[in-house]
Write a protein that binds this ligand. Sequence first.
Ligand code: NAP
Ligand code: GDP
Length: 320
Amino acid sequence: MGDRKKVILVTGGSGLVGKAIETVVNERGGRQEGEEWHFVSSKDADLTNRESTQELFKRIKPTHVIHLAALVGGLFRNLKYNLDFYRQNTIINDNVLYTSYENKVEKVVSCLSTCIFPDKTIYPIDETMIHNGPPHNSNFGYAYAKRMIDVQNRAYHSQYGCKFTSVIPTNVFGPHDNFNLEDGHVLPGLINKVYTAKKTNTPFVVWGTGSPLRQFIYSLDLAHLFIWVLREYDSCDPIILSVAEKDEVTIKQAAEMVVEAMEFKGEVVYDTTKSDGQHKKTASNAKLMKLCPDFKFTPFKQAIKETCDWFVANYDTLRK
Ligand code: NAP
Ligand code: GDP
């Protein structure tokens, strides 16, 4: 990427993925010479506001952007707020991409998700299938807003030659996640519920049947891959960032891993009145492994244990 100083702006820098990238950059040797990193949150700029977004870019003068900021949530938050997910994310993405174009940013890496793929599909899902049919009904607002990032990236490329691309992670978890039961994703929810069940001597309630399948990626692994994409991956086409298909687990297996990590000895029950959501969204990581054959994912058990330990150590201050 040349000798010019790189100024990297990370939107959503206070969230699960942003904090993991910050950890890798500042504590795990992820920083290269000549790089200046800025991790920003909604306190630095409300990205739903065009002027506020423009002021942020004038202040930081980024040459590169990792765009993570979004209204994010698990199945149950999506079910309730499809309109908010569509509107807020569409506006944030339009502001960030257009302001990046206006300010001649060299490269933008935005974040999609495997939950935006068509509901009725063949498996494994790959990068070519994003627009092949309607998403699952539970999160169509989020899904369509995210799909439009891919449309915008292609349009900025074809009209102006911009190097705007996107990555597609599977379910992410790790330190700094949102552990709120109503809003958050399944793993932080399970960790929070086991913690309370252990403390209050009550059953641990897993929502749904436990049969849906998910591929989970540890936020710190995702952070390394994001940095690799920023430096090395120059196509406008999205790339799936996921563990292998063989590492897909049921929600029940994930719940059992959390029980083991938290050394919970009480009763585990399944509340089948709660939605299961999408049964599976099995994704192929073949493209990633072809480009990055030596990448090693943290074993799931170790990553769960580290996340549970972080949760217990930071219980008083974390999002819950
Ligand atoms: P998160 O922990 O909820 O963090 C969201 C981030 O976005 C926070 O830094 C938040 O700032 C910022 N943000 C939200 N609204 C904003 C606004 N109006 N203006 C400025 N900043 C705003 O989410 P995450 O899990 O790290 O998600 C990061 C990215 O990964 C998102 O694009 C998400 O769609 C994608 N992704 C996540 C998952 C997952 O399982 N978590 C899976 C696939 C893809 P504040 O802290 O100030 O609110
Ligand atoms: P998804 O992967 O986009 O569907 O979102 P989630 O990360 O919210 O995972 C939802 C799946 O986990 C569904 O099958 C839920 O029934 C199941 N689940 C079990 N317990 C919980 C919980 O405490 N919170 C959440 N969000 N989901 C749970």
